[in-house]
Design a protein around this ligand. Sequence first.
Ligand code: GDP
Length: 359
Amino acid sequence: MKVVLIGVGQAGGKLAQRLAQYDQQMGFGAVQGALAVNSAKADLRELDLDTVLVGQDRVKGHGVGGDNELGAEVMQSDATEVMDSLDGRITAQAEAIFVVAGLGGGTGSGGAPVLARELNRVYQIPVYGLGVLPGRGEGAMYQANAGRSLKTLVREADATLLIDNDAWHTSGESMGEAFEKINQNIAQRVGLLFASGEAVEGVGESVVDSSEVINTLRSGGIATLGFASAEAAEDAEANINTVTSMTRKALLSNLSLPNAIEADSGLLVVAGQPESIPRKGVERARKWLEEETGSLQVRGGDFPLDSGRLAALVLLGGVERSERIEEFLERAKEASKQADEPDENPAEMFHNDELDDLI
Ligand code: GDP
């Protein structure tokens, strides 16, 4: 899938850069362009990307602190400038735009939903959010910011792929080490997802296509990505159990949003040497995913990759009913000091006033 990335805020810029670098190192050619937008000059200076500074008249290049309402305002005021700087970058080949941001801060949290709305007005291709949720240990401000940002981003983007900062790293690391590990994992895993529709060799019926990623995200709302890999045997028959157990691991212990397994739609991509990918294994794993997620729309496909390992990527769309989201929204709501009782169905929280919209 050919994508253009727009990183908003500090985490957004870092992640857009990491994704672009990974894509380039691997020679995938899925990332067509990457741009970083921020209200903090110092954060932009650290990046090796084209950048746009917003809110200079209001915050003089010093950032918005943790004020995501101000983040939304400065993005809105400078939306024309940001959209102008995208001219020519969203090429005719681009199949999707990803707005990347940490949802707990200020500029990315407030700016990402505003930018998603502007992009959706202008471009025909889907505009997705790639959002980072604060971990449980992060303070109340981060939780409250992320709650309002997520609610608004889900409304404005065609779908939002969420990464929980508590997933994709081991416990006991310092915050800096954990971010480094998470960013590396995001670059590799989301990078493989982007590239999975780009396969050139072994073009055949079973090879996954960009449209399958887009169709999986068509239900909108929140999406999550799972990943696992294992050593491959040369012979496909010998890899049947490897594929099924990798798929189990990707879903049950390695989702970007842990335990968000109840889904509207799914896609299983098995990456590796084409001759080592077992058809039977992929089909069995796909069926198992249908049972586990309760979705009757689990697609499956191969991603031919020159590697001695096999990898399973599991993309789930429409997971906003999950317990994990319910728990997060509770945290965010509490942090926002709103005393109302929670809804039975967390998806409802996106449609009522328990969390204020940002814009
Ligand atoms: P902004 O510059 O105002 O948009 O703020 P940040 O991008 O620093 O957003 C803060 C949120 O993003 C917090 O919830 C942090 O946990 C998270 N965050 C900051 N930097 C990173 C990073 O490098 N990696 C990850 N995964 N999360 C980050």
